[in-house]
Design a protein around this ligand. Structure first.
Ligand code: SAM
Length: 228
């Protein structure tokens, strides 16, 4: 059984997509999509040898070698033009690492702009949204879930003709998540509020000039208090 987190990512993969799953680890995500007849072809990219071998092993044991190509490569370098990838999934990493992977793919022209990006950052969602905005990707959907006491956000984006302009609050909380506040959303931010209060206390007691950090944290705390 696939984790709820990866299942949520799969929900946003269009039927029949050609998927590149970057940082695929065991290749659970592409394997699940194929076994459930959502897609027929995928690339699983891994930069680390151990997980790459796990992916090869799973693909072989399921007899999916013709459908899933496993490649040992850094980020989007796992994708070749002839793959004609239509959806890229990057899950289970920090938002800044996901942004770096996208950035390298963008700079190297690996991203054609035609593929849907389905991203699941564990942290650093704001950084990722900022990258998307700066590179004219429009967020077309978002979702959030809780699994094993952790909160996860899924961000879906597609290339737009014009760069979207998100407000600071939308970058922080997510434009879709903000406009449709679910109980999970409120629970995440209630948790975050507690953490921010703790950090703020530490900052106020710390030596040196912490005023910039305190100001940023206080702003965020006020926003969260307004939300929940
Ligand atoms: N995507 C899977 C998931 O969500 O369950 C696996 C997440 S796992 C925590 C992150 C994986 O990304 C690791 O297997 C790691 O080796 C891989 N990874 C990290 N940086 C990468 C990069 N630049 N290119 C490809 N894979 C990368």
């Amino acid at each position: 059984k696939l984790s709820d987190r990866l299942a949520k990512v799969c929900e946003f993969v269009p039927n029949g997509a050609i998927v590149a799953d970057i940082g695929s680890d065991h290749a659970y995500l592409p394997a699940w999509l194929i076994l459930n007849n959502k897609i027929t072809t995928a690339v699983a990219g891994e930069v680390v040898k151990g997980p790459y071998e796990s992916a090869c092993h799973l693909v072989k044991s399921l007899g999916l070698e013709d459908q899933i190509t496993v490649r040992l490569a850094n980020g989007l370098e796992a994708v070749k033009p002839e793959d004609n990838v239509t959806a890229v999934t990057i899950a289970g990493m920090g938002g800044s690492l996901i942004s770096e992977i996208l950035d390298r793919g963008y700079e190297k022209d690996i991203l054609s702009g035609k593929e849907r990006l389905i991203l699941q950052p564990n942290i650093g969602e704001r950084t990722l949204r900022l990258w998307l905005q700066d590179h004219s990707y429009e967020i077309i959907a978002e979702d959030m879930l809780e699994e094993d006491g952790k909160f996860y956000e899924v961000i879906v984006a597609e290339k737009a003709t014009e760069a979207p302009t998100y407000t600071e609050k939308e970058l922080q909380f997510g434009p879709f998540l903000l406009s449709n506040q679910t109980p999970v959303f409120k629970a995440k931010w209630a948790d975050e509020l507690e953490q921010k209060e703790y950090v703020l206390k530490q900052l106020k007691a710390a030596k040196g000039d912490q005023s910039a950090k305190i100001e940023k944290m206080t702003q965020l705390k006020t926003w969260i208090e307004e939300l929940i």
